[in-house]
Design a protein around this ligand. Sequence first.
Ligand code: SAM
Length: 311
Amino acid sequence: MFSYRHAFHAGNHADVLKHLALIAVLKHLLHKSAALSVVDTHAGAGLYRLDSDYAATSGEADSGVAALVAAVQEDQAKGRQTPELVLTYLDLLATFNARDELRVYPGSPAIILSQLRYEARDRLRLFEMHPTDAQALAGNLAQLPNAKLASVTRQDGFEGLKALLPPPSRRAFVLIDPSYEIKTDYRKVAESIQDALRRFPSGTYMVWHPVIPRPEAHSLPKRLRTLAQQASKPWLQAVLRIGQVPSAEPTGMAADGSLRSEPLRRGMSASGLFVINPPHTLREELNGALPYLAQRMGRGRGQGFTLEAGG
Ligand code: SAM
């Protein structure tokens, strides 16, 4: 079950969508002075090198964050406007890198931690099952300011979440971002959301999901929508499609055979986010950024986006 390594996928189009939305959600939630409890149920390693063998093997960041950086540089050279949220995202990435370089890509734990407030007693609880990534995560976060606000547990994030809701602060944001490496992840996501809404109905919940031709992937956002409606909670769904991917490169393997890319996301050209109790500003923020992402990271046939909300 541990064949998935996010290092292959860091900075791809799915990360761009997810991390942009993450920044927009946090920006809003952190406006209020009361402490915020954040849970990242599937944390990954926290920081990734885009010049590593993993990233080079997959090349996924090339059609994700690297394509976006190139687009923004072109805009600036031609005096064109870039959506505010895209600039905020790239500014945040720059804080993890030396000037004019993009070698380090921050994963969700590092992005969240960079936004949390020590004085407000915000907290970040992270779950990561992979032994190597859990260890890397703890080491990576220890180097960052605000490290004391975070704790890492090598445990099933679906299970770990239950004990954290409702949070003492009565304000929570939960990111659920599984690898969907195993089919049961789809069911577990829906069950976790159902349980979380029962334990803490006013929390903000963000689920990342792949858009791939698989029945479970197709039905997950529908199930989430039904759960939000049954709980009478507002929801938002955003899907970003970068369109036809040129034929996949053969999967690389290190000399010792240790590098493995899993088949699910190779060639994945679209992904989505489902948010329950989204900040009221999120729709407008994404509406400003999604057309730009689809156009500037898009690769041809099928590229585009959808943004729907209800409740
Ligand atoms: N959220 C990260 C980010 O945006 O930077 C990426 C996370 S990656 C998509 C999913 C991670 O979940 C992988 O590192 C995988 O090892 C881990 N994982 C898989 N099953 C898990 C589980 N049941 N509980 C916690 N972590 C799990």
